[in-house]
Write a protein that binds this ligand. Structure first.
Ligand code: NAP
Length: 280
């Protein structure tokens, strides 16, 4: 057997269900290739998350990206969970340190890093639309960076509980017409491909928000962002958050600096190749 054939490659994985649509394998593999790391990144559609997490040690998988619907469930079988991931209530990254499984959340820090590239978060007001996992990550990021968020959601019970957990106000979605903030963040899946004709805020004048950020990155320009641009807002898609959360996973797993521009380009190219994004 030749030398290349026998070389042992480190294994990284993605746990989710579904995983077929995920751009993480493409982005991670492009990064490892550019870094000259002989590593594999394998997506698994997980049937049993407990067995899958236990299998990390058995298979000597060095690191795992965790996606929906397992970001909270996976926490139960880890040896430790970092403070931020505990506060967000979700783990999207598992590091296997010699058999010890450590949980992290790079969604919040990926968003903080991306927003930090285009604005100063400190002191600004943020209207966070949605009451799910992405909203939690956004609230944690904003509070940690000393911004001033409030939650807007259709469900009062969920929205109020979420807002209370971060010590911020809650507003009903029915009141959106009279609310304003420096930045609106869409943390709902409304408008995500294939439902690209949808917007969570149909007919709303968005000019009361200087910035509109959509955590969706497929399509690159959601209907909400097109609506916001027409109203004169600065806009930002979820692409930067996605790239930064993946880059932080690679830092945690390898201790090395990942090639952000390579990662961004490969995701961008793939999304642009999609018909829905050709006009962006
Ligand atoms: P989730 O946990 O299912 O939460 C979705 C939230 O959206 C729920 O609070 C839901 O309300 C609300 N919602 C759904 N449809 C709505 C509608 N028509 N009007 C108002 N609210 C509505 O999902 P998630 O994990 O937070 O993800 C949300 C989005 O963030 C997804 O598009 C995901 O792709 C994106 N995301 C992006 C990144 C990135 O790296 N860029 C990372 C994570 C997530 P109810 O509670 O009432 O059902």
């Amino acid at each position: 057997m030749g030398k290349a054939m026998s070389a042992q490659k480190e294994i990284y994985a993605l746990f989710g269900d579904p995983v077929g649509h995920s751009l993480s394998p493409l982005m991670h593999r492009a990064a490892y290739e550019a870094m000259g790391i002989g590593a594999l990144y394998i997506p698994f559609r997980v049937a049993d998350i407990e067995a899958a997490v236990r299998g990390i040690r058995g298979l000597d998988i060095r690191g795992v990206s965790v996606t929906l619907p397992f970001k909270t469930q996976a926490m139960a079988w880890l040896d430790s969970i970092d403070e931020a991931a505990r506060a967000v209530g979700a783990v999207n990254t598992i590091v296997n340190r010699n058999g010890r499984l450590e949980g992290f959340n790079t969604d919040w820090s990926g968003l903080a890093e991306d927003l930090g590239e285009c604005m100063v978060i400190q002191g600004k007001t943020f209207a966070v639309l949605g009451a799910g996992g992405a909203a939690r990550a956004a609230l944690y990021a904003i509070v940690r960076e000393e911004g001033r968020p409030f939650v807007i959601s259709r469900s009062r019970t969920k929205g109020e509980a979420l807002a209370a957990g971060f010590g911020c106000p809650w507003q009903s979605l029915t009141e959106i017409g009279r609310l304003s903030a420096d930045c609106l963040i869409n943390a709902t899946p409304v408008g995500m491909a294939p439902a690209v004709e949808q917007t969570p805020l149909p007919g709303l004048d968005l000019s009361r928000f200087a910035w509109v950020v959509d955590l969706i990155y497929n399509p690159l320009k959601s209907k909400l962002l097109a609506q916001a641009e027409a109203a004169g807002c600065f806009v930002r898609s979820g692409l930067g958050m996605f790239v930064h959360q993946g880059a932080q996973q690679i830092r945690l797993w390898t201790g090395l600096e990942p090639p952000l521009s390579v990662m961004r380009e490969v995701v961008l190219e793939t999304l642009k190749a999609d018909d829905r994004n050709k006009a962006c």
